[in-house]
Ligand binder design. Sequence first.
Ligand SMILES: [Zn+2]
Ligand SMILES: [Zn+2]
Length: 432
Amino acid sequence: MRRLLLAAALSAALCGPAFAQATDVEALAATVDAKVQAWRRDIHQHPELGNRETRTAALVAEHLRALGLEDVRTGIATTGVTAVLRGGKPGPRIAIRADMDALPVTERSGLPFESKATATFRGETVGVMHACGHDAHTGILMGVAEALASMKAELPGEVLFVFQPAEEGPPDGEEGGAEEMLAQGIFDAFKPEAVFGLHVFSTLNAGQVGWRSGPLMAASDRFNIVVKGRQTHGSRPWGGVDPIVAAADIIDTSQTIVSRRQNISKLPVVVSFGAIKGGIRYNIIPDEVELIGTIRTFDEGMRQAVFADLKNVAEKVAAAHGATVVAQVPDTKGNPVTVNHPGLTARVLPSLEKAVGARNVVEMDLTMGAEDFSFYANEVPGFFFFVGATPAGQDALKAPSNHSPEFFLDEQALKVGTRAMLQVALDYLHIE
Ligand SMILES: [Zn+2]
Ligand SMILES: [Zn+2]
């Protein structure tokens, strides 16, 4: 190690700055590992739903202030926190983002720091759990902030730390998440030239990181279609307009949107119906049927085309049955596609390989799940990567997935995530 540092120092003297090479990232990460573990366990035991992350946000803000970071802002998009680390040397501006919200899931992990928290969600009392691992993301970014702050004097450039609420979506009737953080001007006050984020993931083993250039995670949109007929006796269907048969026909014809109308050789598309609600009694044809579902796409053009197609199918098929339709496609603003900027990805990949070893860096398939990191990556070049959470030696594809009450994070993932993000940040800041 000493010889390596000497060589790096020499190359720095000969060829200009060799900042990241001269920094022992593994040793730097190790200085915060125990704290990251403690923060994550504490946050895990005290999970909070989207837009309700007051305790977590206070913990984060107190830490960032104690580190002496500048412009510590709180209460952004309800509970969001940002802060800036200004290095002692000139260099680029980057942003690193973590999310802080938990899910309405009752934990069944059996961990000593298992969550017993409950909250009210859509009028019901529910268990609350960090079933998506955002506790890990928050702990890791607190650690990354501390490690980078410890080398402030020699750090080139500036880092914006973004801790956002409600990645899983705000409560009904509220704004929240990445889009709202941006709407409240976090990139106006500090415009980064690149933004980075990570997510712990059950389908990779601890020790591994996953990446993909270009589209990585799907755009996710909800739809709501209400088919309106005219109620009548089940024995006299000709006396009314049957919305059940019309709805069935809409569901059936909708299958051709993916199979016949989209160029799925380019990128995949999914249209799924998640609920059908209508009717009350065996011999009454009801007035209306409600259909709700989700659309997943990887390209903005395809996304808009599927919206138009589904609306068209709903309206025209309903009309053929003499029914009418109110088709909200989409019914709320969804998450756009999460795209890893190809140039940035190529530049960052060697950092991941340095951090965890090339054999532990896995190129991912497209992920049909969505992320609101996409909003940041639509503003400036972004890179989002996955950190394996399932213990080494276990079949990661069979492990309880993110959002499961049995979702389990091997704490090795905390070390890997911290080290990888530090390496990515330091390498990026070094290269002019
Ligand atoms: Zn999630
Ligand atoms: Zn998540």
